[in-house]
Design a protein around this ligand. Structure first.
Ligand SMILES: Nc1nc2c(ncn2[C@@H]2O[C@H](COP(=O)(O)OP(=O)(O)OP(=O)(O)O)[C@@H](O)[C@H]2O)c(=O)[nH]1
Ligand SMILES: [Zn+2]
Length: 323
């Protein structure tokens, strides 16, 4: 009898971790992961077998070990499910570390990108919205334009700029009921992005009344005093939905997106490129680019072409921070 040999093949054919349970990553903080398992929140660490694969907010993972969620209990993440979408942050978000200088996935499996822009104070920045739209279309995520402070200014100008796009939008005022927003978020994993001061926190607090407490729970999974999360998912009561806030993310990276893929954010310009020479980069330096004539003929708004070209230039590393 050779016990060593008879037991080994059985281990190999048995599915690995067939007792694992599936959960949703709602927070990441320095080596600790907050995972929703049914109605329980469980803290977990990565299993060594994951290798260098990163785990991000929105990931669906398999857990083994102590999944009780009890105080001090630590489960292990043994598998990451294939992602349906990824959002990367822009490279210059965190240039203080070598890791931050590379584009990194910040959110996985989002269904919807909620682009929050105030109609006044600060005024809407269509360049930023356009950039987010490109990131959404490129990642195959549905965009939703959320226009806040509708009590201070009307949406006509912004909506006119996007008239050619089939872009859904919602308006938010302090006294508006949020029924339409709830309807848009129901059943979805939504990522919120917007500049400081546009009213994101105000909106999140109205949607998730105990948001502050939930964020506290997230901080508690970390090992240190100071948390440095760049994304956190909050569960919307009653809607079977998650809303992911991205406080540390200024915008999403587009360096991996080609000039033609950038056009996904500009469906009103796509047809105008049919007459372009092969391999046209569509920049102002491409003298035969057909987009200028397309706009001159009144087929698209010149501001849209300007915005597209600003995005092209920003990918090339030019400074467009204030566009
Ligand atoms: N008039 C008006 N003011 C609003 C509205 N929503 C938010 N505000 C105000 O706008 C300011 C900024 O709101 P916040 O919710 O803190 O904005 P934020 O996007 O979370 O900003 P950061 O926390 O810096 O990321 C606050 O003074 C809010 O009271 C709105 O719909 N109408
Ligand atoms: Zn062109």
């Amino acid at each position: 009898m050779r016990p060593g040999r008879s037991s080994r093949p059985r281990t190999r054919t048995r599915p690995k971790h067939d007792d694992a349970v599936e959960g949703f990553v709602f927070a990441v903080d320095r080596g600790r992961y907050g995972i929703q398992l049914g109605t329980a929140a469980v803290t977990a660490m990565r299993a060594r077998e994951l290798g260098r694969k990163s785990v991000v907010v929105g990931d669906r993972v398999s857990l083994v070990g102590d999944t009780s969620g009890a105080d001090g209990a630590l489960a292990r993440i043994v598998r990451i499910a294939e992602r349906t979408s990824v959002l990367r942050r822009t490279a210059d978000d965190d240039d203080s570390t070598p890791e931050g200088r590379l584009e990194r996935v910040v959110v996985a499996n989002a269904d919807q990108l909620v682009i929050v822009s105030s109609l006044s104070d600060p005024p809407p920045r269509t360049g930023f919205i356009d950039r987010c739209l490109v990131a959404a279309y490129d990642a195959d995520i549905e965009p939703l334009l959320c226009l806040t402070k509708a009590d201070l200014a009307g949406p006509a100008e912004v909506l006119d700029y996007y008239a050619e796009l089939d872009l859904p939008h919602v308006l938010v005022r302090p006294d508006s009921d949020l029924a339409e927003v709830h309807e848009r978020l129901a059943g979805q994993v939504s990522v919120m992005v917007g500049h400081s001061g546009v009213g994101k926190s105000t909106l999140v607090n109205r949607l998730v009344p105990d948001a502050d407490r939930a964020v506290g729970v997230v901080s508690a999974i970390g090992r240190g005093r100071h948390t440095s999360t760049s994304a956190v998912a909050l569960r919307l009561p009653g809607d079977d939905a998650w809303i992911i806030d991205t406080p540390g993310v200024r915008s999403f990276g587009l360096a991996h997106v080609s000039a033609d893929s950038l056009l996904h954010g500009f469906p009103d310009l796509v047809e105008g490129t049919v007459e372009c020479p092969p391999n046209c980069e569509h920049t102002p330096n491409d003298i035969d680019c057909a987009l200028d004539a397309w706009v001159t003929a009144g087929n698209a708004d010149p501001r849209r072409l300007a915005s597209y070209r600003r995005l092209l230039a920003s990918r090339a590393g030019e400074d467009t921070e204030n566009q």
